[in-house]
Structures are given as C-alpha cells and as structure tokens.
Design a protein around this ligand. Sequence first.
Ligand code: 8OZ
Length: 382
Amino acid sequence: MSHTRPTRNASALFDRARVGAFELNNRIVMAPLTRNRAGPGLAPGPFAVEYYSQRATAGMIIAEATQVSAQAQGYADTPGCYTNEQVRGWKQVTDAVHAEGGTIVVQLWHTGRVSHTSFQKDGKAPVGPSAIRANTKTFVAGQGFVDVSAPRALRLDEMPGIVEDFRRASVCAIEAGFDGVEIHGAHGYLLDAFLRDGTNHRADSYGGSVANRARLLLQVARACAGAIGADRLGVRISPVSTAGDSRDSQPQALFNHVVESLNPLGLAWLHVVEGETGGARDSIPFDYGALRDRFDGAWMVNNGYNRTMAIDAIASGRADLVSFGRLFIANPDLMERLSKNAPLNELMGPETFYGGGAHGYTDYPTIEQGRIARGASKMASV
Ligand code: 8OZ
C-alpha cells in the first residue's frame, strides 16, 4: 500500500465539507475539551449553552468527553449523557448551536482505570482491562489532584454491559439533539486501555492478540453505528500518546489493525491525535499515512496545529478536517480569526481550564468585542 496519497480532496480549510451525514460549513473542528463545569446531576452547567453557541461557527463542534454511565466517571464535574436530566440539559446546548447554523456531536467516554473510588458506587474500585493502577492523577472535589485508584479487572460477563452503555448513551445523544457521536478511544481511558499490551494483561477473548485487544472498541463502534448510523459516528485515537499512562510495545501494528477493522463499518470520521497530546508532535516515529491508507471516511487531525499548518494539511490533501483545542478555548470566533488571519487571544491561566464559572469559559472576546473594548478604553483615556 502506498503511503503517499494523491491529493484527493484538495480544498481549503474554509471550504464546506461533506462528512458522513453532515454538510459542514468549513473544515475547522472544535476538539473535545474537558472543562469540569457540569451542574447538578452532571447535566451541562448554566454557562454551557453560551460557551458552545459562541463557538458555533466551527465547521463541527465535538462537545467535551461525556460519561456513558455513572461508572464511567473519572473526574469531578464532567457531564453525562445517560439520564433524562442530562439529555434535557444537552438539548438546550444543541438547540442553541443549531440556531447559529452549527453542527455539534458529543464525545462519549468511559474513563476506565483513570478514575477514583470517590466517583464509584459505594466507593468501590474503578474498572479496567486488568488490575493495574495508572500512573496518573485525577481531580476530586475537596481533595484536589490525587492519584487515581487501583482498578479491578472487568469480568468477562460485564463486557456486554459496557457495550450496551455506549449504545444507550449514543441513542441519548441523538435524543439530546446532537448530530452525532465521537467514541473516545484515546488517552488511556477504558477503550484505549483495552487496546494496549501495557495496560491489558487479560488472558480471555479481550486480551492477548491485537485482534482480541481491539475487540471492545470494535464492539462499541458496531453497536453505536447500529443505533445511530455509521454516517453520524466517529472515533478518536491517540496512537503514540502516553496520556493516561497509555503504553503499548507496538503501536503501529496495533493501530494498523484497529483502523483496518473499523473501516468496514463506514464511520464518518477518524480523529487522530498526532504525537504526544498537547506536546511534541514527533515524540516517537509513527506512520499516520499508513492509517489513513486504511480508512475511507474523513481524516481529522489534531495536536498543536496553527493556521499555517492547518491550511497546509487541508490544501495538500493530507487531512480533511483539523481540530483545535486550546485555540478554541481562547477564541470563540476562531473560524473568523483564521480566515482573516487576525490575531488570536491569549489563553488565560490553567486555573481556568478545569472547573470554575464563566471566567476563562464564556468571557473570551470575539474580534468585534475586542474592538469595542479597545475603543472604550481609548475613549476612557482621552
Ligand atoms: C484533560 C483533563 C481531563 C480529561 C482527554 C478528556 O484527555 C480528556 C481530559 C483532558 O481526552
């Protein structure tokens, strides 16, 4: 298989794009961003409607990682999509984004072993592929950042329940007005932890061979595709990232298989974190072209893209979509800023990322608001 694809969809970052069932306004995607601001019942909080509708000019918004069940929670104040209250909350968000002409899907996750007993029923251990504790931390209200708890290995008879939780949550997502769903298969959370030989030491049909380790992700993707349609479904992977203490001895062979197996489902997109999440893009050598050669849907790339890199990735045909995380935190009108090559807002301090209220969430100015504020301060100084 050749890894240099001819420029098949040579187009511009700002061009419309057909992705599965969607007609996107442009190829700029808001990456899923954990903000820990859910309200009562882990429904989206009071500022979420404004936060997401401010960003509706993105070609597609992928709403923050959202639990498929109570067991799936691993951090304080992250939302769910498995109760009526949560569905009602999300419906207000999706209605507001649609009113602005946007497209919004939700990322569904099970944090797996990246969790803490305080989030689990009766204070029991979180679950993972194997009883191996992750070398990472989570945030627990009242305790701050703490080591994640030691997990127990899921029993074989519990596996259908995990698949069912994802399927049900994907149905809830559509009820909540989302246009589709992204399955979180990255960053050491449950599905990624199953994929990897560093975190999956099982001896049953979900462990050992690459095919066995990929079984859960495949079953989840198949179940969600069957429930909501593969043309509304994407998967996110992070082949070489060590986020969430993710480890594998042969990531290339593993992900070649994963993508080859997902492809026949006809997914709308595959979302690939290139390199170390939020860090070096070339942390270890990896042939992403080999993955793309195995996938027929839209190819979404992520991790540290700036305007020039994004324009080039799309114009060269290397990618169909580019997702931006930090730039979307700081710039609600990122699409307009990129299209005009306008200056970007500076990111506020990390203390505003995870938890809190409107500050650092809904109070980043658009170009227009910035102009008004600058005009006002000039007037004030006269
Ligand atoms: C940062 C903090 C907590 C969770 C991920 C959902 O890494 C996350 C996440 C990021 O995918």
